[in-house]
Design a protein around this ligand. Sequence first.
Ligand SMILES: [Zn+2]
Length: 119
Amino acid sequence: MDLPRIVENSPWARLARLKLGTRNVAMVLGRTIHLSGVSREEFLRDPYWVAHEMEHVRQFAQYGRLGFLGRYLLGWVWHGYYNIPFEVAARAAGERDAHLYAAGRPLPPPEERHQGVQG
Ligand SMILES: [Zn+2]
């Protein structure tokens, strides 16, 4: 499974992390996953998290930069972060698609999964 580009210590992800008040964030811009507070290795170790972000990559490709970001922000205003439709879909995709990103290993147990906001 091809992964998009991954940027560690991203200033964009850092802004999102501060806004969300969480220790680590992955966020998608275009076909790039931006990380803050988490290394590439830690991120890739959680296939649920990778599958979640890959759904955002797909959404971004489907709606385009302005279409995605506009819908995302409106969804945030209308529904609150947790219930943004793109986030609901990405959480479902995380559960559904994690096996695609497990690199042949068993899926991690709940206590080894990333905790908190997935971005
Ligand atoms: Zn998300």
